[in-house]
Design a protein around this ligand. Structure first.
Ligand code: 5HY
Length: 260
């Protein structure tokens, strides 16, 4: 099977780190294809960045061929619902994947993410996924996303300190790392703190393999139905479901449904 792992920010070094973590988790016979868009924010920190990373994400899904499952490698599960509308194959967000897996190995888990501005979106997702009662607390380590790419930034030490507080003060029994850029830290931090420390990229790859193995795909009977054909205007015209009628490449349909 082929899994497309999409880092919705534009930082290629982070995509390489994500690709390595995904390949480590993948079973033999699973091919990992890791990409990032070339347009959008270099890091996603909060709602504004998130909004401007979605078109690039949609572009990568639209460009891809012969994919059995998609992984959105941004902990906010950026554009997850929109992606499920246009993709036939299952789409897994690393946040949702890690929350589900953590709830299978611990009564209560903690999340340690980057900046405090990223916390509300994660808390909202926990409620949306019905897992808020299993999460002790979402903590920020005050590490900007791109500090995770900068050796000597002290990012790892600050994340480790926040994990210590989550275990001591929140009674977290497992820790979910709240950024795809932390994917390479999970096993060392788990060893250091003596509790399961989960990386969402690995969790999403394993869940994708399970869904594909069971032949399960996203239901198209409700909210994830393909978008209806319509002409989007201006800079968004090229995303028109059913194809951009004004472009020379008219007819290049973005997965769409003419009627419902
Ligand atoms: C992520 N941002 O996983 C999120 C983490 C965050 O660029 N990749 C990013 O801080 O929301």
């Amino acid at each position: 099977m082929r899994i497309l792992v999409i880092n919705p920010n534009t930082t290629a070094s982070m995509t390489q780190k994500i690709a390595a973590a995904a390949a480590d988790a993948a079973s033999s016979g699973t091919e990992i294809v890791a990409v990032n868009p070339d347009s959008g924010p270099p890091s996603i920190e909060g709602y504004f960045d998130e909004a401007f990373s979605v078109p690039g994400l949609i572009d990568e899904i639209r460009k891809a061929r012969a994919i059995d499952a998609y992984v959105i490698a941004c902990f906010d599960d950026t554009g997850l619902d929109a992606a499920r509308c246009i993709a036939e194959a299952p789409v897994i967000g690393i946040g949702e994947a890690a929350f589900h897996m953590a709830s299978l190995v611990a009564g209560r888990f903690g999340v340690v993410t980057t900046l405090s501005r990223s916390v509300p979106a994660i808390e909202h997702n926990l409620v949306r996924y019905g897992l808020a009662s299993r999460c002790a607390k979402v903590r920020a380590s005050d590490v900007p996303v791109l500090d995770l790419e900068a050796p000597g930034s002290g990012a790892r030490e600050r994340i480790s300190g926040e994990i210590r507080r989550a275990i001591r003060d929140d009674r977290a029994e497992a820790i979910v790392l709240g950024c795809a850029g932390m994917a390479d830290l999970a096993s060392a931090l788990s060893h250091e703190h003596g509790v399961p420390v989960l990386d969402g990229v690995a969790c999403a790859v394993k869940l994708s393999e399970s869904l594909v193995g069971l032949g399960l795909k996203t239901s198209k009977s409700g909210g994830y139905a393909a978008p209806r054909n319509k002409q989007l205007s201006g800079a968004m015209a090229r995303f028109s479901p059913g194809g951009d009628k004004d472009s020379p490449k008219a007819g290049e349909a973005l997965g769409s449904h003419p009627t419902s």
